[in-house]
Design a protein around this ligand. Structure first.
Ligand SMILES: CC(=O)SCCNC(=O)CCNC(=O)[C@H](O)C(C)(C)COP(=O)(O)OP(=O)(O)OC[C@H]1O[C@@H](n2cnc3c(N)ncnc32)[C@H](O)[C@@H]1OP(=O)(O)O
Ligand SMILES: CC(C)C(=O)C(=O)O
Length: 647
């Protein structure tokens, strides 16, 4: 009878020497059968690895992988995407089979090395996915992975439906989850510690017989290691004995700190010197990205994570942040030149997943390279690295300068340059300087009155253009009315003079009229003449009715405006204490279905209808500016207009 080569540790090994020491010590103690358990084999963990290495040529370190393929840069880290499995464990995320196939293709195009498609032992959808994947997915680079667990307790691998379905998925790689935390093995799995080791080793060996690349996801590895490092290592060793290709260390509860992850990964990497190590982190402390990178720094060469960090609870490690950091900051070649489509991929994933875009996402969010503070903008205009850690185009994003009450002249100059209405050579001219200063003051004045220009770039552009003498607004609202109320409508035609309420229903009624002076020319260029148009429309609310009336009138003269639609309407009451006398801020978003452009306008006014109509008017004016820029744009030689009034 021989005995287990591990025992529970009460001390916490924090480095290689510690572990070695403990294992040696333990090795002696264990010859007395600490648990009285039957063992798989009596030998120190390290020797088993050596044997495994000889047996299994696919055991690869960074060095020997490079020797196999000299074209592979030595600093290569593989990305393993589990969006379709762990990502789908996120609340409100559910993919159809079609979604899964589309996402898998997109990830392969992007250059991801491993794509986990799902758990065939879990549900018919995943079975169908793998069935269709065989015919429909032809990856250029990626390997498709099927996920499952070690065999169930008390049965043979051959009898385990989950393992059978894993093989039937016919993927080149399979990953199985194994428990590596002593407490969980006993309490959750409900098996002896020894039986768990057998479950791991036998399952891996069984899958290896079918020529699969096998990864073991050691669930709760870091927590397990903290409780009993020897047992956690023994679980990995069981996988190695079975022939596992990659040992993936999981921070399943997301509760570990970067330096713990670093230390433990380093210990494991030093211990299993010829074994490939992977990392799988969860984001419960907002540390999943940091923890994954710490693990790579300590020797892991495969990172599991998900697109945009979707996943169970607070999500998984966000590959959209990990990939550029590995490539741009740590010098690993991950996806090469495909990195410039990172922003597009992240936003496309949000659309498919039906998750709203989060503007504050690092690298890819709308705000990732947006600059608001006047001092920042002034510095960036002199040196673009002043407040940017990378060139945004490397990840397919763009720099934006915001205009607000925190702006300085630099923000206005940048905007005017973008609009093409000021040149560098004009900036020293005192008249231009005065104009820029006045525009800045106007912005600050209006923001104090309730405007916020940040999200309303169209309104800022119009405000700047209107300071020029010969800018002609393409139309003018001469007058408008809005009528809104309720009417009682007979619901029963046979009521014969009865006026009981049950025979009537209440219907809201809203009508609007607009009278516009519209500038137009038959050729689309100057000279321009004015036409007066009067239109009326009914709508399901005041804004809707005015919008329809305005659009009817404008389309009569400028037909392409037919494609312009109101897409979003946000109202905010700014001074809650004055209740109905408060200022109302209205922001309207427009979409041109032909040009696919989106723009927003803003207005603040005590009267919600006036604020809404003004924001609508600005929206249509901007639409015409985009369509007919030459008709309304100021000629270059035009001298600045006298200061705009600040009231
Ligand atoms: C950390 C992770 O994210 S791992 C992935 C988690 N993902 C999911 O759970 C999603 C997919 N899961 C499923 O579809 C289902 O849970 C199934 C099909 C896997 C299992 O369903 P059921 O058979 O009804 O079992 P249920 O989920 O209630 O319980 C889990 C069982 O798996 C066993 N189990 C848990 N982990 C393992 C493991 N690594 N190896 C073997 N068995 C395991 C448990 O002991 C329990 O068995 P028991 O009831 O006999 O004690
Ligand atoms: C199955 C493994 C990889 C997992 O999701 C976890 O441990 O978090």
């Amino acid at each position: 009878m021989v005995y287990l080569s591990w025992m529970p540790c009460t001390t916490k090994p924090s480095n290689k020497n510690n572990i070695k020491l403990q294992n040696r010590k333990r090795w002696k103690i264990n010859s007395q059968n600490f648990y009285g358990l039957p063992v798989v084999e009596r030998r120190p963990v390290r020797s088993s690895i050596k044997r495994t290495k000889l047996r299994d040529a696919s055991c690869r370190t960074k060095m020997n992988r490079q020797q196999e393929n000299p074209d592979l840069p030595i600093n290569q880290v593989d990305i393993y995407d589990t969006t379709l499995r762990d990502g789908a464990q996120g609340e409100n995320i559910s993919f159809t089979v079609i979604d899964k196939l589309r996402i898998a293709r997109a990830l392969d195009d992007f250059g991801i090395q491993y794509i986990e498609g799902g758990w065939p032992g879990s549900n018919p959808k995943d079975v169908e996915f793998f069935k269709r994947a065989k015919q429909e997915l032809h990856f250029h680079r990626a390997k498709l992975v099927a996920f499952g667990s070690t065999r169930r307790k008390g049965i043979r691998c051959e009898e385990d439906a989950n393992l059978r379905l894993l093989l039937e998925a016919e993927t080149p790689t399979v990953t199985i989850v194994a428990k590596s935390w002593e407490k969980q093995v006993l309490k959750v799995l409900g098996v002896s510690l020894e039986e768990n080791l057998l479950m791991i080793e036998e399952s891996v060996r069984y899958l290896k017989q079918f020529d699969r690349e096998v990864m073991i996801d050691a669930e709760h590895f870091f927590d397990g290691y903290k409780q009993n490092a020897s047992y956690a290592l023994a679980c990995l060793d069981a996988a190695v004995r079975g022939g596992a290709d990659v040992l993936v260390l999981c921070d399943t509860n997301g509760g570990r700190l970067p330096w713990e992850i670093y230390e433990i990964t380093k210990s494991v990497a030093n211990y299993f010197t010829n074994q490939r190590i992977g990392i799988h982190c969860h984001n419960d402390m907002e540390l999943a990205v940091s923890n994954s990178l710490s693990s790579v720094y300590a020797g892991a060469s495969l990172v599991q994570g998900t697109m945009n960090g979707y996943g169970e609870r607070t999500g998984n490690a966000n590959l959209i942040s990990i990939i550029p950091t590995l490539q741009l900051k740590m010098n690993y070649n991950v996806v090469g030149s495909k990195l410039s489509s990172l922003t597009e991929l992240s936003r496309w994933m949000d659309e498919v997943t039906n998750v709203p875009h989060q503007p504050s996402r690092p690298y890819v969010g709308d705000c990732a390279f947006a600059h608001k503070g006047g001092l920042h903008v002034a510095a960036i205009l002199k040196d673009e690295h002043s407040y940017q850690h990378i060139d945004p185009s490397l990840v397919g994003n763009r720099r934006r300068m915001l205009i607000s009450e925190l702006s300085g002249r630099g923000n206005i100059i940048d905007k005017m340059k973008q609009m093409g209405i000021v040149k560098e050579s004009q900036l020293q001219d005192s008249e231009w300087k005065r104009r820029i200063q006045k525009i800045l003051e106007q912005v600050k004045y209006l923001e104090n009155k309730g405007y916020t220009f940040e999200g309303a770039e169209a309104s800022i552009e119009l405000m700047i253009r209107r300071t020029f003498n010969n800018y002609r607004s393409p139309f003018e609202l001469l007058d408008f009315t809005v009528l809104t109320g309720n009417k009682r409508v007979a619901s029963d035609e046979t009521l014969n003079g009865t006026f009981s309420n049950e025979h009537f229903r209440s219907e809201s009624i809203t009508q609007a009229t607009v009278k516009l002076g519209i500038l137009a020319s038959s050729s689309g260029a100057c000279p321009i003449e004015r036409t007066v148009c009067f239109e009326a429309a009914e709508g399901n609310g005041p804004l809707n009715a005015v919008n329809l009336a305005l659009k009817k009138a404008l389309v009569r003269v400028h037909a392409p405006l037919e494609h312009v639609n109101l897409q979003d309407y946000k109202v905010r009451i700014l001074d809650n204490e004055s209740a109905t006398a408060a200022i109302t801020r209205v922001m309207v978003e427009f979409y041109d279905s032909e040009t696919k452009r989106v723009w927003s306008t803003i207005c603040a006014h005590p009267n919600i209808i006036v604020a809404s109509v003004q924001a609508l008017m600005d929206g249509f004016e901007y639409a015409l500016l985009l369509r007919l820029p030459d008709c309304f744009v100021v000629p270059e030689q035009e001298s600045p207009k006298s200061p705009i009034p600040l009231s």
